[in-house]
Design a binder for this molecule. Sequence first.
Ligand code: FAD
Length: 292
Amino acid sequence: MLRQALLAVSKSRRAERVIAASPLTRDVVRRYVADDAGAAIDALSRTGLRVSVDHLGEEVTGRAQAEGTVAAYLSLLRLLPAGADVSVKLTALGLRLSEELAFEHAAAICRAAAARDVTVTLDAEQHDTIAMLHAVHAALRKEHRDVGVVVQAYLPDSLDRCEQLGDARVRLCKGAYTAPGAYTSTADIDRSFVRCLKVLMAGAGYPMVATHDPRLVRIASTLAVLDGRDPAGFEYQMLYGVRPDEQARLAALGFTMRVYVPYGADWYPYLMRRLAERPRNLAFFLRSLLSR
Ligand code: FAD
């Protein structure tokens, strides 16, 4: 219930104006969103963590805005070390205007990223964009084999997706939105996550295990051993500001740990999704508002 309400609020421009206008929100934003992307990337890289950087923004409705997103990624790419990744939302590249436009914009980012030895991963967003996401991903892969894509385990067809993705780089996550027909119980989502993980770990691609869930992290490590995948053959991913000790622990064990680093002014929907994931975060948020 609370999750649904927060996700609904994440789409409300009116609520955004009220929440974003409060100077008290800043501390909470800072927990999840890098204030200074360059400094955050340097600090994480120094401790042996990889990054996937997200220029925040989504659901753009104008061509100029979409071009602005491309320009922001081209500037970002100039800052990133080799081996970094950028996470890109197709709706920030104009997917709502046309699939072709989003493809052209994503292709421009892929070309610039390849020149810097940086990979690109396409985030998965609202359910009505998923078919287009996979169409754009497949088209991009004709020229950029290593472009990655996200699969959301809460979607009942996620297992088929994993099977179809063959040798691709695939980030598996639980799913941060809502979708008709999606699994909603923790048990169903976790079971789907494990089914997908089995296919990805046994497959020919590069699995990116995006979860903070300790049980799923353990299952991923076990499957990697059973499938004879060495630690360079897959990676863990977690969000900036979430379980940093676990991020450091997995990196110290020799696993590739990549931290998803969002930055930029358009943080509101991203923050609301993080609050929706965990009711305790909402309590933290409200406490920080009230304690001023
Ligand atoms: P949960 O069961 O939600 O959490 C397990 C434990 O992790 C919790 O008990 C808590 O200790 C900790 N935790 C989890 N979330 C938080 C939080 N917000 N704040 C504090 N602690 C927390 N979703 C999409 O729909 N599309 C995407 O493209 C996408 N990309 C992602 C990329 C990365 C690298 C990651 C890590 C997640 C991504 N997600 C994406 C979000 C994902 O779908 C989940 O909503 C999110 O990761 C929470 O699920 P969980 O697997 O961590 O498990």
